[in-house]
Design a protein around this ligand. Structure first.
Ligand code: NDP
Length: 322
């Protein structure tokens, strides 16, 4: 069915209920050719937001997305694109990595724009909190980035509720551009931040959410219950936390029940898990990940599954994953 568009928190920007991100995939599993096909399939399905970060594949993910979008000939007003800054990709010296200081942020955004081949990103995120830089310094730098026209909105990723509120209050006090959105993990296995910790922020500061890993890196697709398929994220070098979840008997038992419930509803486990995430009204957009075009298409059909997440289905799902 037709894509749903939500305002990003209290901002006026509208983002598609499902968006598309490039972590792990672009630069590792996906080249420019496949990226173009995935982006085209997503846009065809109504997706208007594409998520990226400086650190993904050491900058390669931004280069691939930039080239793909340029070759697809998309008009700049048709899509919303993000990047995220924190870890750094330029080296191991001080001010180059693991910081949100003004120097790193100001040079970081320029590098991202160059790789993406764009004059501005729509969204820029502080990819993690930095306990060693005053929040006030970071807020001024992010606000200046917007004033310079290099980004239109800024937000945070995996910050605590207290840190987000502190940043918002500093921006309010100094009449700076306020943080608009947060990017937290949110899926059936990972609920506390979105449902409990952030509870007051939605109304108090109008926080929007762009949520990540809706399938817990693919675990909630059910494909790992009987082993690790070749070429899957669970088979990639690194990503030990995925292997740990696959080996976890308690998680596997829950996923088996998700698989059964999905079969009962005549949908795929991935679609049910995605629809559940999208059915939380505080979630502005659920960022999908995919290593193929087929996955993009299967996952976008979760739009039709949202209405199947009735109170009864929600209670059954939440009982399984309690
Ligand atoms: P998911 O949890 O949805 O995992 C996506 C992966 O699961 C795919 O790449 C694919 O991997 C597998 N998969 C997807 N659909 C299916 C399907 N229908 N059937 C079987 N397997 C499937 O999302 P991601 O972890 O990729 O996160 C999504 C986005 O969120 C990222 O691209 C990024 O933009 C953002 N993100 C942000 C973070 C942050 O710190 N702010 C952290 C992590 C992600 P495969 O086929 O290789 O097994």
């Amino acid at each position: 069915s037709d894509m749903i568009y939500n305002r990003l928190g209290s901002s006026g920007l509208q983002v598609s209920q499902f968006s598309f991100g490039s972590w792990v995939t672009f630069g590792n599993q996906v080249d420019v050719g496949l990226a173009k096909d995935q982006l085209a399939a997503a846009k065809e399905g109504g997706v208007n937001f594409f998520d990226n970060a400086e650190v993904y594949a050491g900058g390669e993910s931004e280069s691939i997305m930039g080239r793909a979008i340029s070759e697809l000939g998309w008009k700049r007003h048709e899509y919303v694109v993000s990047t995220k800054l924190f870890w750094g990709i330029n080296g191991d010296m001080v001010n180059m990595k693991n910081t949100l200081n003004r120097k790193y942020l100001m040079q970081g955004i320029d590098g991202s724009l160059e790789r993406l081949g764009l004059d501005f990103v729509d969204l820029v995120f502080c990819h993690r909190p930095d306990p060693h830089t005053p929040i006030e310094e970071t807020v001024w730098a992010m606000s200046d980035m917007i004033s310079q026209g290099k980004a239109l909105y800024w937000g945070t990723s995996e910050w605590s509720a207290d840190e987000i509120r502190a940043a918002w209050n500093i921006a309010e006090r100094h009449h700076l551009h306020k943080p608009v959105m947060e990017q937290p993990q949110y899926n059936l296995l990972h609920r506390t931040k979105v449902e409990k910790e952030f509870a007051r922020l939605y109304e108090d500061i109008g926080l929007g959410l762009t949520t990540w890993s809706p399938l817990a890196s693919g675990i909630l697709s059910g494909k790992y219950v009987d082993g690790i398929p070749e070429g899957s994220r669970g088979a990639l070098e690194g990503y030990d936390f995925v292997k740990d979840s696959i080996a976890d008997q308690e998680i596997t038992a829950k996923v088996r029940q998700l698989v059964d419930l999905a079969a009962e509803l005549d949908v795929t486990p991935a679609q049910l898990a995605l629809a559940w995430t999208a059915s939380n009204p505080h979630v502005s957009t659920v960022i999908l990940g995919a290593s193929s075009v087929d996955q993009v298409q299967e996952n976008l059909k979760a739009l039709d599954v949202i209405e199947l997440v009735t109170t009864q289905v929600r209670e059954r799902l939440e009982a399984i994953f309690a």
